[in-house]
Write a protein of this length. Structure first.
Length: 261
């Protein structure tokens, strides 16, 4: 890790989806004020991609990636058109938990993702796979479903590792991240009790996940992405605390020093 430069930090906008549904451009402004270098949208909430791109450019925000369904079916051209107009290079999505209950489901899911990867590549874009925890708790012939899936995917498909769901499955997120090598491009970082999908997230360092170890584990990571599915505290305050944790510890870079107004 000697000489390694910490990656920039982005905010996953699902964290603010209720506000974003009402005023996405206002949300972008508040995220920029915290100091985040980029956002990872999950919807444009009816805004034109060009309008969102213009707002991002004015605020000095990048789009590190976006969560959209895999462009593998009839809707693929429309999905890719929107992403191209937004100016995003990496499209991220997941398989459903039930697809990991059988080996056939995993293999069929991999085929769908590979079709999406081919469609994206034709437009100069790529696909990233985002996990939950079914990938790690289902095992086939001694192999975790996640390992089976990655083995079936086109090598061009990169990984967005949600370290929280790895911890929820009972594994060490840092160890899993380190084992992914240069395929790991994005991490989702969050903290909380790591008990299930309905968890309430807390500021980094206040839950059960060793966020710092996960953030340090793999020098191939290009973006650390902060996400909170839900919280019992103000979400902007939570995102600011997580930003300060990462930037203050030198685990990520942002657009303002940690702890400043």
């Amino acid at each position: 890790m000697s000489g390694h430069v910490a990656p920039p930090v982005a905010a996953q906008l699902w964290s603010l989806h209720e506000d974003a549904a009402k005023d996405l451009l206002g949300v972008l402004e508040r995220v920029a004020e915290i100091g985040y270098a980029a956002v990872e949208p999950i919807s444009l909430y009816g805004n034109a991609p060009s309008a969102v791109r213009g707002a991002l450019d004015r605020l000095g925000l990048d789009v590190c990636s976006t969560h959209v369904p895999f462009p593998s079916g009839d809707d693929a051209p429309a999905i890719l058109d929107t992403c191209q107009e937004l100016g995003v290079a990496t499209l991220v999505w997941s398989l459903e938990p039930e697809e990991f209950t059988t080996l056939g489901g995993v293999l069929a899911g991999a085929e769908r993702i590979n079709r999406a990867a081919a469609n994206a590549a034709a437009r100069g874009m790529r696909i990233a796979y985002h996990n939950h925890y079914a990938e790690f708790v289902n095992v086939f012939d001694g192999r975790r479903a996640y390992d089976v899936l990655l083995g079936e995917l086109d090598p061009a498909v990169v990984v967005e590792l949600d370290t929280y769901w790895v911890a929820t499955a009972g594994l060490d997120p840092a160890r899993v991240a380190a084992g992914l090598g240069d395929r790991l491009v994005f991490t989702h970082l969050k903290d909380g009790p790591a008990t299930g999908m309905d968890d309430y997230m807390v500021p980094f360092g206040e839950g059960t996940v060793d966020v710092a170890a996960a953030a340090r584990a793999n020098p191939s990571v290009e973006w650390h992405i902060v996400e909170a599915d839900r919280s019992r505290q103000d979400m902007y305050g939570l995102l600011r605390a997580c930003y300060d944790f990462l930037v203050g510890a030198g685990l990520a870079t942002g657009r303002r020093p940690a702890g400043t107004p």
